[in-house]
Each structure stands twice: as C-alpha cells, then as structure tokens.
Design a protein around this ligand. Structure first.
Ligand SMILES: Cc1cc2nc3c(=O)[nH]c(=O)nc-3n(C[C@H](O)[C@H](O)[C@H](O)COP(=O)(O)OP(=O)(O)OC[C@H]3O[C@@H](n4cnc5c(N)ncnc54)[C@H](O)[C@@H]3O)c2cc1C
Length: 460
C-alpha cells in the first residue's frame, strides 16, 4: 500500500481547491494543495477580481463624465490604461499576498507544479508521488473559442482583454453572457463603440427574460449595440483591424474581437480519463455529495457541470472538506447560489426563473416593483426593477422561489434575496421586516409588501 502523507490531496488552488484546503485544515485534516500557476486561480488573477476593478474604474469614469447632470462640475479627461491596470494589479496583489499568508498559516502543504492524477489516492508532481486518503479534483476552466476562430492578435479572450494597454476604439464582443456583458460595459464607459453579438435571442440568456429585456433597454440607452439571434461566420484580422462576418450577411469592423462564448472544463491532460474518472463532454460527473465515480475522489468548482462561479467553488470546497471530516453537511441547492452580472446596470438573481418555477410548481404568481418608486435608486439616477416569483396562485401564501433584479448596484441586494430564497421565506415574512430608508434594499422590502397585498410606494 502506498504511503499516505496527507488526509487530502487537492489538485488545483483556485476558488474550489483553496476553500477546500482552508476548511479541511480548520477541521484538523492534513492537506497538500497542488497548484501549477498562482494560488487563487482564475477568480483572483484572471476573473472576478480584476474585472470588478475595471468595472469600478468604469463607474468612476461615468461619474466624472456625468457629474454636470447633478451640478458637479466635472468631465472625463481620458482613460490612462497604465493607471487603471496598476490600480487593478494592486488590488489583485494585495489579495494574493493575503491568501498566500492564510494558506501557510493554516499549516497546508503547498506544492508548486503541474500535478497528474495517477490513482484514486495519488497525484504526481514533477516525478514526486503525493498520496492521500482522499483526492479532490479542482482544476478549473479555460476560455472556449469557436471552431476556426483562433485566439491571437486582435482576437482575444478575457485573459488578454484584462491586460490591454489602451482602450480600443471599436470592439465586437462575441457572447452576451456575463463575461461579454461586463467587458462591453467597461469599454463603453471608457469611450469605445461596442457591439455585442449573441447567438441566442437575448443578452444574459440564462437569466429570467425580464432581466434580459431590462438590460437590453439599458444598454440601448448607453448606446451599447447588440445583435441577438445572430451567429458569427468568421473573423479575419489584418494590421489595422478585425473584420467579423455574421450569418445575417452583415460584416462588422473593429479594432478588437473579444471571444466570450463560455468556459470549458480543464480536465484534459491531467490523467483523469486514464485513471477512469467519468467525464461528460469534459466535465467531471459527480453525485450531489460531489463524489466522482472513483472511491474517495471528489471534484469541485468549474469542472463540475453547473454554474461557473467562484462562490459556488468556495461552497463546494467547504462542503467536501466537511463531508470528509464526517460533518455530513446538507447538499448544496444549485438554485440557491446567487448570480450577479456586474455591468452597468447590474443584474442579480437567485432561485428559479419564472419559466423554471412554472415547470416545478405549476402555478406561480409574480410581482414586479419598479425602481422608480425607490428613493435611493432615484438619487443614483438608475432605473430597473425587482421581480419576485412566488410558488402557488395569487392570494395563496407560498414561498418566494425567485428574485430577479436589474439596476445600478442591485448586486449588493442579493445578500438579502438569497436569504429569502434559501430560508423559504414568504412575502408576509419579509413584509414584516423593516428596511432602512432611503436604501435600495427598501425596493426588496416594498416588493414583498406589495406581494403580501399591502403595497406602500407602489402604484396599483
Ligand atoms: C473574466 C471572468 C470574470 C469572472 N467573474 C466572476 C465573478 O465576478 N464572480 C464569480 O463568482 N465568478 C466569476 N468568474 C468565474 C470564477 O473565476 C470561476 O468560477 C472560479 O475561478 C472557478 O474556480 P475553480 O477552483 O473551479 O477553478 P480555477 O479558479 O480556474 O482554479 C483552478 C486552478 O487549478 C490549477 N490547475 C489546473 N490544472 C492543474 C494541474 N494539473 N496541476 C496543478 N494545478 C492545476 C490552475 O492553475 C488554477 O489555478 C469569472 C471568470 C472569468 C474568466
């Protein structure tokens, strides 16, 4: 029998892997964490954090440009990408340092190098065999492209888009999902002409159609162009630009084409298939306790089919650590994971879309509360709305099973929305709670007051 030098060997130090390592160490398990690039993974270095820093810079640019409208004399003199990048990189560097300190302070053995899964209890790194009672696969995802669309030069993915040293004048964004919408928003705020091309009928197509339509209206107002239900036929790049062909017959010329068509599981070349891990289109198949088909082998994060979000990775990592430690945590409800698209305006949701709720519950009742009635949203000069989806017919008490929001900063409201969904709250439960005035959280409170049949600042 192989020598076991850890309770847990974790392959990949991104959101899923490092969260699992931290929680397992907290529970007294010995942990070896293997990472080939940088601790923190996609989220910290190439995803959530750098994009949100860009979005904050974009918000400041908008505020400078629009100050005059509220009597603050200001204008946008320009965007210095070197300055923006140094701010962004500084944020990442501080968090990276903190995370490295955290991992070393918890007594986790950190191994730098590319690991290969060679047996259900072993990973090999640079010829060294590391064994463990349990192995957790957490190798994350990579940006996909389309057949015939080679990344390079003026055709970029989010990874290159994060390191641009100037603002492109004209950009085509292929894909109107979360990543596409966020970059489109940043570049528009920085002054670029942006066109999004989306094959499905709507932007942010996995959201309730209500959110897609409100976002589309807001993007139109911001003069972010978009073409939905249209596919790319090809892209040619030359020295001066890139020319993008569409199946509508149109051709779009731009300085840059961002390919944001989703992320594939990073499961090839790490020994998974050879060791007998069940994969489906590259994703690792698990049960609801995140166990793979192999004994004592779990998988977490973007390699597991479902939402590709950092906080899902954290939750799954924690879940696996607790499960291995014998705490028997309840399985994670995928619908209860909050989802936020941080463009301007933001889109935030939790629970089921109206369509999914109808499928599950048969009868549902919905209520929409317009941010026009919310004082703080008016102060911020944002428009949008909150939509609630309740299980059961109108007038019958039932849990709120979906909350969908569009508007500036509504991502901050998702904390309360997720409690409402995950604690099976009814409209009456929430209506009894007092929301501070004037805040945007009041919009959630007022929406539930209205759903409970006692609207305050809402028109019938
Ligand atoms: C542009 C962008 C913006 C995003 N914004 C958000 C956001 O705002 N909010 C949000 O929740 N999510 C966001 N995401 C998604 C989020 O980054 C991912 O869901 C999350 O990082 C997944 O975590 P993970 O641990 O599964 O994988 P990763 O973070 O990708 O980590 C996997 C790690 O495994 C390592 N690895 C791979 N193979 C090996 C090997 N053989 N040996 C050793 N190490 C290996 C990799 O180097 C990597 O560090 C964004 C993603 C992108 C690309």
């Amino acid at each position: 029998m192989a020598e076991r030098d850890a309770d847990l060997v974790i392959l990949g130090g991104g959101s899923g892997g490092y969260a699992c390592a931290l929680r397992a160490a907290e529970l007294g398990l010995s942990v070896t964490l293997v990472e080939q690039d940088k601790l923190g993974g996609t989220c910290l270095h190439y995803g959530c954090i750098p994009t949100k820093a860009l979005l904050h810079a974009a918000e400041v640019a908008d505020a400078a440009r629009d100050g005059d409208a509220i009597g603050v004399k200001s204008s946008l003199a320009g965007i210095d990408m070197a300055g923006v990048n140094s701010y962004k990189d500084g944020v990442v560097a501080r968090l990276y340092k903190g995370l490295q300190g955290l991992v070393s302070s918890r007594g986790i053995t950190y191994v730098e190098g590319s690991g290969r899964f060679v047996a259900p209890n072993a990973v090999e790194v640079d010829g060294q065999r590391i064994t463990g009672r349990h192995v957790v696969l957490a190798t994350g995802s990579y940006p996909r492209s389309l057949p015939g669309l080679d990344i390079g030069g003026r055709i970029v993915t989010s990874e290159q888009a994060l390191t641009l040293d100037e603002v492109p004048e004209r950009v085509v964004v292929l894909g109107g999902g979360v990543i596409g919408a966020e970059f489109a928003s940043v570049w528009r705020s920085f002054g670029a002409d942006v066109t999004i091309v989306e094959a499905l009928p709507h932007l942010v197509p996995s959201e309730d159609e209500f959110c897609s339509k409100l976002l589309e209206r807001a993007f139109r107002k911001r003069r972010i162009m978009f073409k939905t239900g249209v596919k790319l036929t090809g892209a040619q790049q030359g020295e001066r630009g890139v020319s993008v062909g569409l199946d509508s017959g149109e051709q779009l010329d731009a300085d840059l084409l961002l390919v944001a068509v989703g992320r594939g599981p990073n499961t090839a070349g790490h020994g998974y298939e050879e060791a007998g891990v069940t994969l489906d289109r590259g994703f690792v198949i698990t049960d609801d306790r995140l166990r793979t088909n192999l004994p004592d082998v779990h998988a977490v994060g973007d390699i597991v089919p479902g939402l590709q979000l950092a906080h899902r990775g954290f939750a799954q990592g924690i879940f696996v650590a607790e499960d291995i430690a014998g705490l028997a945590p309840p399985p994670i409800d995928e619908a209860g994971i909050p989802r936020v698209t941080y463009c301007e305006p933001e889109v935030a949701s939790v629970g089921l879309t109206e369509a999914a709720a109808r499928e599950r519950y048969g009868e549902v009742h919905t209520l929409t509360y317009d941010l026009a009635g919310n004082g703080k949203s008016q102060i911020l000069r944002t428009s949008g709305a909150v939509k609630l989806v309740k299980a059961g017919a109108e007038g019958v008490t039932g849990p709120v099973v979906g909350v969908h929001m569009v508007g500036a900063r509504v991502g901050e409201l998702i904390g309360e929305a997720q409690l409402i969904y995950n604690w099976d709250a009814t409209a009456e439960d929430v209506a009894a709670l007092i929301h501070a005035h004037p805040t945007q959280t009041e919009a959630l409170g007022e929406a539930h007051l209205a759903l409970a049949g006692k609207p305050l600042h809402a028109h019938g």
